[in-house]
Design a protein around this ligand. Structure first.
Ligand code: MG
Length: 256
């Protein structure tokens, strides 16, 4: 069931989104060669909890950390570790969720570590832009898959592939709500978008094959060909005539 959020609920979701964005900013500022993903996890935990929220992912289905830290060929769900040290030239996708007074914000960004190859930079840039290409169709009266289709067409036009096994989702009182939001598919299908729908839209784009596998830890998702993958996600709400991004620092422009 898709729920439409009230203004009261959206106020709480904007606060959750603000806290997620603060955590992203702090993590981004700390990223450099030599830092461990466990240290980044601690930074995000401290920002979220000191702002009166709780980490959405910690203990979610048993996930052991605040952030997902997914380096290079890791697509999503990388588990932070003291042993995982960032190296010059890596890209790291950081996914962060925070729950404020019962409402979640969910956002992922892919960051550069030191000097990154032009190839990887392009992958991240296209992944980021693919979300905004999808969002051009985020308004009342359109269908959900109009967004999905635009993401897929844009990313594939650069020769990249779209991960099919994982999708975006509704977000709100629960971290994962209906509907699923695929990053692919024909336009004109799925639910009609309505004011108050809150969606976490999150393209996962691979440089090589779309095929992925889950490692033995039962979390880490990697590309089968070990080529890099990028991830970009925002939580949004459908408004009267378009959309509003919820996972942003209040009063600031979106920092991609
Ligand atoms: Mg998500």
């Amino acid at each position: 069931m898709i729920t439409l959020k009230s203004e009261r609920e959206l106020t709480l979701m904007r606060e959750a989104g603000h806290i997620v964005a603060l955590a992203h900013k702090a993590v981004q500022e700390a990223i450099k060669p030599g830092i461990s993903t466990a240290e980044l996890d601690k930074i995000a935990y401290d920002v979220i909890t000191s702002n009166g929220a709780t980490p959405s992912f910690l203990n979610y289905n048993g996930f052991p950390a605040t952030i997902c830290a997914s380096i290079n060929e890791v697509v999503i769900h990388g588990i932070p570790s003291k042993k995982t040290i960032l190296k010059d030239g890596d890209i790291i996708s950081v996914d962060i969720g925070a729950c404020y007074k019962g409402y979640h914000g969910d956002c992922a960004k892919t960051f550069f570590v030191g000097s990154v190859s032009e190839e990887k930079r392009k992958l991240v840039e296209v992944t980021t832009q693919s979300l905004y290409e999808g969002l051009k169709f985020a308004r009342p009266g359109n269908r959900l898959s109009d967004i999905s289709h635009a993401i897929e067409v844009y990313a594939k036009s650069f020769g990249y592939s779209i991960v099919l096994d994982y999708t975006g989702h509704g977000v709100g009182h629960a971290l994962h709500e209906d509907p699923a939001v695929p990053n692919y598919g024909a336009p004109g299908k799925g639910p009609i978008l309505k004011k108050g729908m809150t969606l976490a839209i999150e393209p996962m784009v691979n440089m090589g094959t779309h095929r992925v596998k889950v490692l033995k830890d039962n979390w880490t998702v990697v590309t089968q060909d070990k080529m890099p993958s990028a991830h970009y996600e925002h939580s949004i709400v459908i408004t009267d005539d378009g959309y509003e991004i919820l996972t942003k620092i209040k009063g600031e422009e979106i920092d991609v």
